[in-house]
Design a protein around this ligand. Sequence first.
Ligand code: SF4
Length: 470
Amino acid sequence: MDSALREPATTEHALLTPELLAQFDTPGPRYTSYPTADRFGPDFGPGETVQALSALAVTGDAAPLSVYVHIPFCESLCYYCACNKIITKHHERSPEYLDALEKELSLVVARLGSRRAVSQLHFGGGSPTFLSDPELTRVMTALASAFEFVPDCEVSIEVDPRTVTPARLAHFRQLGFNRLSFGVQDFDADVQKAVHRVQPFESVRDLMQSARQLGYVSINADLIYGLPKQTPESFARTVQQIGELRPDRIALYAYAHLPERFKPQRRIAESELPSAAGRVAMLGDAIGGLLARGYRYIGMDHFALPSDALAVAKDEGRLHRNFQGYSTQPDRDLVALGVSAIGRIGRCYYQNAKTLPEYYESLASDTLPVVRGHALTEDDVLRRDVIMALMCQGRVRFAAIEAAHDVRFGERFAAEMEKLRDMAAAGLVELDADGIRVTASGWFLVRAVAMVFDSHLQASRERRRFSRVV
Ligand code: SF4
């Protein structure tokens, strides 16, 4: 290995040992919601969503909304993909989709009332940049006539570098986009070939430079470790290269190889995947490399430069979490538009149909295309508060939870506190009479700490264990 690429660990990072990773870095939810989307059920549908939207309209709650728009199309298949997307080169499919999207928007606005304030708008996919410039203009025009964007509204879009040019980024800027998220994953040519996503470093570099010149407020880059053909050495080079580009934020995700669940992943040769030890080395080196280059660890796979709003919000205890990950804004009601999109209104989560025929069919009959959801129980709301306090502040104050929910923390969570003792012994959390505090090394494994309070996860584990025993 090129030792210049293996950054010296910082004090914070030195606390994260391979043993800790092996013991506690288990697969689990990312907690962009609680309960997580796999708990949503078909008993929550269009009628319940209409009720939730109407209730929000009646309360006259003037707090700004968040809006998510899902564009499902991608021109080419990335073999690691686990997203809900449609691979097509037929751009003539877009207008029909945009017709449906506008219909859905009109149904939502009919319940919610028009010109509601919006402080966050995010385009995700699939690849939102599959849409042409006139098509994106069309969607933004429809949204701008339905909602009132507050002056400092965060308007972000996920960018597939293979589908944009500096001229397109300039067009997005004119449309009001002020944040970009680049899907980078890895810069190594062999890895890019193995996952069928070839995008040279130079093209990403040029796009990021253009984005800066165009005045984008925040630029994010996604990386993935654990991909085929990756080695600790090659991934350290990618980390070095991304560090040179200095995006404001970096998301570092682990690749989960689940070919029985995600068909595209069957094209990945298992023999080319890095070993478990290799993955641990890549994660440890990447964390060390990013910290050494001045990035701050925000939590759950996310890093940011100290000047970025997320790092500032973390320092000030103002971090929140929603379906797009960490956010500086309070947990807004989220209107979701598009196939498979997930929203939250009040205490209800809802998800749209996952296939285009179903999505189109509902809208053709003037019905919201919601196929499942979940109305939170009191217990869900209580646990959501605890989990989000852990994920965002790294701290649970018993008194605050007890005051908000009229419970005795120690009694209500006796079993959970018992489980936390192992984590306390391993140095991931500190427990005292006032609360739970996630330690510096615990921050890197905060998902595992949060999982202790996830009763839905515990219940499904019990069920799995039960079915294995039977
Ligand atoms: S990873 Fe993104 S760009 Fe690639 S196929 Fe999946 S949704 Fe499309």
